[in-house]
Ligand binder design. Sequence first.
Ligand SMILES: [Zn+2]
Length: 539
Amino acid sequence: MKFSTDYLKVKLLFAMKKPAFILLFALFTHFTIAQGWDWGGPIDPLQAKFKVTHYRLELELLPETQSIEGSNTITFSAKEKLDTIRLNLIDEYQVDKVLMDGKEVKFSHKDDILDIIPVDCTCDQVQVFYGGKTPIAQNPPWEGGFTWEKDQLDNHWVGLSAQAEGSKIFMPAWDHPSNEPENGIDIILTAPKPYFVASNGRLIDTKESGDKTTYHWSTTYPINVYNVNFTMGIFQEAKLDFQSVSGKTIPMHVWVLQENRAKAEALLQVLKVSAETHEKYFGEFPFPDDKIAVVETPYLGMEHQTINAYGNNFQFVPMEKTQYDWLLHHELGHEWFGNKVTVADFADLWIQEGITAYGDWLFFWEHGGSEAYFKKAKAEAKHLPHALPVVSPPNSTEEESYHGEIYSKGAMVMHSLRGILGDDIFFPMLKAFASDERFTYLNLVNTQDFTDFVQAYSGQDLKGFFELYLYIVDLPTLKISKKGKSGYAISLQGIDFTMPVEVQTSEGVIKVLLGPKATEVTSTTPPIVDPNGWIMMER
Ligand SMILES: [Zn+2]
């Protein structure tokens, strides 16, 4: 989760020195709290009693009044008879009625919680009719809500962003990252003609009625509720058949505003190269029976499953023979880490943001070569503040766990792992993790799943490494002292384990195990420890 959108914020933060970073982070934090909606954290005991297995969201988008009207039908399974079906929906919306088994049932709606008292039936569905003016996004996508915008041709252009707030800002739902409906979602959206609404999954039906059009989208896969999304506008479409490494042909679409119609094909090609690059390192595209797609949004971006938000103004950067769009590439990377490999607790959010951010580095490796990759690695390492642990305490909310280091330090951890394990182990390991059914789709993950997997796959004891870089902020300190005529004693202080580290000596680059006990190397010139910058240390 987490959008890379944050990425922009993160980049801004990292461009600053530590005190400014902390100050600005505090400001962002303040603003987000001021808006009042957060999610994640401990699971509500009433919600622990059931799981949602499917949503059927039917909404009319009413741009003239900036409101929505419709219903959500929630199919659930429960181990025991429920006295209360607890859902989340912000108080800004009015709930008109709730139906179960065709009958109206009692409910209460306050403090953003919708408690439904079920009728005595064996039914497993509840339909909530609701609507009203939507919350307006103050700073999308970081502070989400709806964005009711107009394009340059004065057409409506409507976006929705919910990563920081959860789905309760647009639909009644079991609003926690740990429950993905196993049968996905049907999203049925009605808009005034001639508008189009892009959404998750496949478009399975389009109906016209008077001056309105209804688009029925349906996902084939489980989906996290913050990924449920739609964007309304008048778009130019470009599409192609993407040949996946799996052998499957996957529809690939881009939808851009009419004013950018000339850029649609170029965006499609950038998307194709990004998808090919991710497939090379992360494995086959995870949602082949849906689609690969981006839609132009009135905010920077977000990783909505199979319909990524794109608002980076087509700022493609040439890289050797290809073009790179950091926002598009990052959000697409979340299809693997975020949407396929998903954390249940935001404490482990770095798995989504850090590994996806590392996927951005891998574009540099693949298309810019080793020089571009190591240049990026060194630049990222230089700006790391090392102010907060990468992994937050268990049951963290989005707000508590979301900070810049889950991106850059998370990526740096992956880079270090690559340095320690070597490419022959690291790259197959990364793909194997993203393909393992224990850690994908409905089987959500945590940090220990990842660290256990890496150790089992590599056969190496990396407990000290993971503890140091994921849970602690202090770095080991490099100590070098001269020993005799052509010897040097090198150690890493502040740790109780050893790591293989490259050392440049007068005889060339050697790999030595460095830890608290000094390791002696022979060199007629002062040795340079870790010349390629694989390992985080105080130098
Ligand atoms: Zn991201």
